[in-house]
Ligand binder design. Structure first.
Ligand SMILES: Nc1ncnc2c1ncn2[C@@H]1O[C@H](COP(=O)(O)OP(=O)(O)OP(=O)(O)O)[C@@H](O)[C@H]1O
Ligand SMILES: [Mg+2]
Length: 384
């Protein structure tokens, strides 16, 4: 589980810190930085995958777009804290240089023990089982090769340690679907390689690769709210591209539609549920209510809250919050706002006294709907 992130100098995130619950929901006014937080998570995941150029290109950004216009600083500094039952708390921190597009400094620590250090072009690695207090690193080498992102994106498993492999995988598997769009969900691709793609462009291939079992499970989930759905089918076209189709039953009649004719809401729901089913460790969705009927939202929130994976969503909809138990809402609803310098700040919504007070006699969504967000920062100001 990812416990928290700190990031400094990424767009509107300056000296920004966010704690995650198992289910975290970001709320806040337009422009407060909700999507930016998802982008930052995706950026951190990309550092572990290397190839920052490809990532920038996909988002139509240049490296000048990702650092903050609000500071004069050049590097993006970050710290990610993971909690694991076996290894304990693992902290990965570093400094990303946007000219070389690599982390010029990097550390991985468990407690006081440094397991990885990259500094002054020297990489040092130590196993957790190596004697504590030992000053020398068993593995030390000059970094003479060029790379993008984290050095861990370059090292093969047999060149690192179990903790470093665990960390790398946990971050690579952060699945940010912040650009999910009906247009892209209708795209045909040949392969998915276990990834839906930022905008969902590999949906058909992803479902195809999940096999018969995967399709049946997905159909069963969807049929709970979409009762006419008989089956989900995929096929490989002669060109190798994968096609997604659904069969619906209306009375005695069955009709088959391809992804191109399918409705937007069903496609989105299919994409979201397919990710929950695939048990990715950390899923991120922007504007979760987009294109989905109010009747289905309760089902969707229930699935997301009870997923085995960690989930981060953003929403504008008070109704969404009403479907959360108070306990989940208190732990997981985070209010984002901009301070008067334009910097994004976060606070748990129900750590704000007036919000906690209202929660005693209202649902979380009613509290949210009943609050004038444009004035909330005044109360938050008095808390510090
Ligand atoms: N490089 C940058 N430096 C500083 N601030 C930036 C930078 N890039 C974007 N911003 C700010 O971040 C804002 C965008 O925030 P974001 O898209 O995350 O908001 P949001 O909470 O998702 O809003 P919405 O609810 O409308 O989707 C921009 O309006 C701009 O003010
Ligand atoms: Mg947004």
């Amino acid at each position: 589980m990812i416990k928290s992130i700190k990031i400094d100098n990424f767009k509107s995130l300056v000296d920004f810190k966010l704690d995650f619950a198992k289910f975290t929901c970001l709320v806040g006014l337009n422009g407060s930085g909700k999507s930016t937080v998802l982008q930052a998570m995706d950026f951190l995941s990309q550092l572990m995958q290397g190839d920052v150029d490809e990532w920038l290109e996909f988002r139509h950004w240049t490296s000048a777009d990702i650092n903050s216009k609000l500071t004069k600083k050049s590097n993006i500094d970050f710290e990610v804290t993971l909690a694991d039952a076996v290894f304990g708390e693992i902290v990965w921190s570093g400094s990303f240089n946007r000219v070389s597009k690599c982390c010029t400094q990097e550390w991985v620590k468990v407690g006081e023990v440094t397991l990885l250090e990259v500094d002054n072009s020297i990489c040092k690695i130590r196993k957790l089982s190596d004697k504590p207090g030992k000053t020398l690193f068993p593995l030390m080498f000059p970094v003479v090769f060029e790379y993008q992102g984290s050095i861990l994106s370059q090292l093969k498993d047999n060149q690192t340690t179990d903790v470093l492999q665990f960390l790398k995988l946990a971050l690579i598997n952060v699945e940010s679907l912040d650009l999910l769009s009906p247009e892209l969900l209708r795209t045909r691709t040949k392969t998915a390689g276990g990834k839906l793609g930022l905008g969902g462009e590999k949906l058909a291939a992803f479902i195809h690769e999940s096999g018969k079992d995967g399709k049946e499970k997905l159909q069963q989930q969807l049929a709970k709210v979409y009762t006419q759905l008989e089956s989900i089918e995929t096929r490989s076209l002669p060109s190798g591209f994968k096609e997604l189709e659904i069969v619906e039953r209306f009375g005695e009649q069955k009709i088959k539609s391809s992804a191109r004719q399918m409705n937007d809401g069903l496609l989105r729901l299919m994409a979201i549920l397919s990710q929950i089913e695939s048990a990715k460790p950390f899923l991120l969705f922007d504007e979760i209510e987009n294109g989905i009927n109010p009747e289905l939202i309760e089902f969707l929130i229930d699935r997301l809250v009870n997923a085995t994976t960690q989930v981060l969503v953003t929403t504008h909809s008070p109704m969404i919050l009403n479907y959360m138990e108070d306990e989940i809402a208190v732990a997981g609803i985070v209010y984002l706002y901009k301070n008067n310098q334009g910097i994004t700040r976060s606070i748990k919504l129900f750590d704000i006294p007036s919000m906690a007070e209202k929660l005693k006699f209202m649902g979380p969504g009613e509290v949210f709907a009943d609050t004038d967000l444009t004035n909330l920062y005044q109360e938050i100001d008095t808390l510090h």
